[in-house]
Write a protein that binds this ligand. Structure first.
Ligand code: TRP
Length: 437
């Protein structure tokens, strides 16, 4: 075991911004706006907030409690509170993180390329053909490796000098850029139609099981839950932190960015008459439709497009950081490796695993369905059962630094009954989808 004392965040803001950085990612910039428009506008937003409060915040608090209470990375943390029998759940987390970071880095690499290319020569031409070139073959591998190198360099710096220092600079920048883009979009002639498309609730939309599941899946994925990312970040916390408040702040900030992202993308798409291109939940709208809109904006579009992809890049990079940190901290704690060695070896290994996804989009898709969907949900189910039924007195740990909060019974009730029930249905549905039943 490493003898150095465990690193800690230097400030509360550092921890919060790092956790928000993990949460805010591609899921916020496209998937949330898309689901909202598809499933009933403002009514879906309400549903999403309710589910996030009932499912996501309790699980995030559970991850925070296990992480801070043990001061360890996932495998050791679960063992700390549950004994050897619970180590496999920790290994599931690490395996999930390993898989997700492999393909998430590939997509993040596209955003890096889009931003730099936009800077050099703007947007335009055949954006679909361009996307196909960016997203497949050795082009994609090159940018994947570039992004992985940046990620490795940051994580090699450790918790304070790497993750925290990057997060406190990049996340406020991201908030400012998203807000600025939303203001710009508000002044686009013809953009109002986009707001209507995004948020108008049509009375014919019914609340079906599949809408519920989409909302729950998004509330879970968008907050980076189910694989120990939040657990690992919380393991670098001091005992005084108010955990319930932190969970609410992180969830609130993630939601705010997602909501505002829709106020950016839909006016832009509608102002340039591109709505016919928006018909699927794939990344197409981000990488094909929006560049078309930027090209139509002329000189301004050059700047706006670069800033937009800067937002995507920051969101993606700060998420990739937390994914790699889960894997790296496990090797540091469990194998006694130095951080440098763990980052190099695991950075290489995850990059190698991502190469097939970079070469072939259908491989990426399968990895996303398996890890980003099924495995995360199983992880979340395990976490709820662990904290609700196995862990001895999780409330005592949660109360440290948060004496005044009174909803502990509600937290326990949600973790014991509501969260497992919802996640069990989600797991079942996503397995069926994966196998094509
Ligand atoms: N929350 C990220 C997004 O919205 C994606 C994500 C899911 C993630 N699970 C994660 C990121 C775990 C880091 C760690 O894009």
């Amino acid at each position: 075991m490493a003898s150095k004392p465990r690193e800690q965040w230097t400030s509360r803001a550092g921890f919060i911004l790092a956790a928000v950085g993990s949460a805010v990612g591609l899921g916020n910039m496209w998937r949330f706006p898309y689901l909202t428009a598809k499933h009933g506008g403002a009514a879906f937003v309400l549903l999403y907030v309710t589910i996030a409060a009932a499912i996501s915040v309790p699980i995030m608090l559970a991850e925070f409690v296990i992480g801070r209470g043990s001061g360890k990375s996932p495998v050791a943390a679960l063992r700390h509170f549950g004994g050897d029998r619970w180590r496999p759940l920790g290994w599931l987390f690490v395996a999930t993180g390993f898989l997700i970071v492999a393909y998430y880095t590939v997509i993040s690499g596209w955003t890096l390329r889009y931003m730099l290319e936009g800077l050099w020569r703007g947007f335009g031409g055949d954006t679909r053909a361009h996307f196909e070139q960016v997203a497949t073959g050795w082009d994609a591998v090159g940018w994947q490796v570039a992004l992985a190198t940046i990620n490795v360099a940051i994580i090699a710096g450790g918790v304070k000098a790497g993750i925290e220092r990057m997060s406190v600079v990049l996340m406020p920048l991201l908030f400012a850029l998203v807000a600025a883009l939303a203001v710009y979009a508000a002044f686009l002639p013809g953009g109002g139609e986009g707001y209507r498309y995004y948020l108008q609730t049509s009375s014919t939309k019914a609340l079906t099981l599949s809408v519920l599941l989409d909302a729950a899946g998004q509330a879970f994925f968008s907050l980076s839950l189910g694989m120990g990312a939040m657990l690992t970040y919380a393991s670098y916390l001091s005992k005084e932190e108010n955990l319930p408040r932190s969970a609410l702040i992180v969830a609130g900030a993630d939601f705010a960015v997602a909501l505002v992202a829709g106020l950016v993308v839909f006016p832009m798409i509608f102002a340039f008459g591109l709505q016919a291109d928006v018909n699927d939940s794939t990344t197409g709208a981000l990488f094909i439709t929006l560049p078309r809109a930027f090209a139509s904006m002329g000189g301004t579009g050059h700047v706006v497009g670069v800033l937009f992809f800067a937002v995507l890049l920051v969101g993606a990079l700060t998420s990739a950081m937390s994914l790699l940190e889960v894997v790296v901290s496990t090797a540091i704690d469990g194998l006694g490796w130095s951080r440098r060695r763990a980052v190099l070896v695991l950075g290489l290994a995850t990059t190698a695993l991502g190469v097939p996804a970079a070469l072939d989009l259908s491989v990426l898709d399968v990895m996303d369905k398996l890890a980003g969907n099924v495995m995360l949900l199983i992880g979340g189910l395990g976490l709820a059962i662990f904290t609700g039924w196995v862990m001895h007195n999780p409330v005592a740990e949660a109360r440290r630094g948060a004496e005044a909060v009174r909803w502990w019974p509600a937290w326990m009730f949600l973790l014991r009954y509501v969260v497992p029930a919802v996640l069990a249905v989600l797991v079942w549905t996503s397995i069926r989808q994966l196998l094509g039943w």
